[in-house]
Design a protein around this ligand. Structure first.
Ligand code: SAH
Ligand code: DHB
Ligand code: MG
Length: 233
């Protein structure tokens, strides 16, 4: 099996069962034109995120790592009329491209982009009383994954879903002696998940246009420390 085959099957799946969407296509096009890296989730993965949010009945979503807003648009499409998605992005240019893409998708009212390092924005969200969120999508700098996971727990409630992208990295994740900070970030995240009684979690390997990778899905199953639980999960 080859990269070429994985990409071909992804195209087949996309063309067969993912409905074409002008705003999503335009978001990819304008992101490419602006020179953003081509590392957004694939269309089938975007649909997966949308379905997860719908299945969770998510009304509040927190995304870490916006890029051009491609995954943001998929997730925001899952929200009910009074839902809210906050997305955190360090890069001013990415945030600007994303804002235009989100506007074109007609989602400016439900999406808030916060520009700045996520580890600075997260405490502000907490101080503003913004949580709890029903679904988190962690997809920014991989070395910070352990910290982002901690923050997700802090801003969660029982039933909240935490999805983390890029946890397999061509299989590099199995190398316990890796010096790659991205790999180390994922391995530390996994150690935290393993030791964390408040979550049930798994990781699913994926292949496709972006190679061999995977994502983690965790569900908060007990009240997060220091948080009163919100409405029923
Ligand atoms: N979720 C997007 C892809 C995100 S790519 C999608 O699938 O469409 C990762 C993004 O995280 C990049 O835009 C990068 O600028 C941003 N990022 C990296 N470090 C960050 C940090 N410390 N805080 C916030 N965003 C960060
Ligand atoms: C990279 C980042 C991502 O979020 C992704 O999905 C793929 C690649 C990267 O930084 O290389
Ligand atoms: Mg990613």
């Amino acid at each position: 099996m080859s990269q070429e085959k994985w990409a071909e099957v992804e195209r087949y799946i996309t063309d067969t069962i993912i409905r074409p969407d002008a705003a999503l296509d335009a978001a990819l096009r304008s992101s490419a034109e602006a020179g953003l890296p081509k590392i957004s989730v694939s269309p089938p993965e975007g649909m997966f995120l949308m379905l997860m949010a719908r299945m969770r009945g998510a009304r509040r979503i927190l995304e870490i790592g916006t890029l051009g807003g491609y995954s943001t648009i998929w997730l925001a499409r899952a929200l009910p009329p009074h839902g809210m998605l906050t997305t955190l992005e360090i890069d001013a240019k990415h945030a600007k491209v994303a804002a235009a893409n989100i506007r074109r998708a007609g989602l400016s009212r439900v999406v808030e982009i916060r520009q700045g390092p996520a580890l600075e924005t997260l405490p502000k969200l907490e101080a503003e009383g913004k949580g709890p969120y029903d679904l988190f999508f962690i997809d920014a700098d991989k070395p910070s994954n352990p910290k982002y996971f901690d923050w997700a727990l802090r801003l969660s409630r029982p039933g909240s879903v935490i999805i983390v992208d890029n946890v397999v990295r061509d299989g590099a994740v199995v190398d316990s002696r890796s010096r790659d900070p991205n790999v180390r970030g994922v391995r530390r995240l996994n150690a935290m998940i393993a030791a964390e009684p408040r979550v049930a979690a798994t990781e699913i390997q994926t292949v496709g246009s972006k190679g061999y990778d995977g994502f983690a899905v965790a569900m908060v199953i007990a009240p997060a420390k220091g948080k009163t639980s919100g409405p029923n999960p």
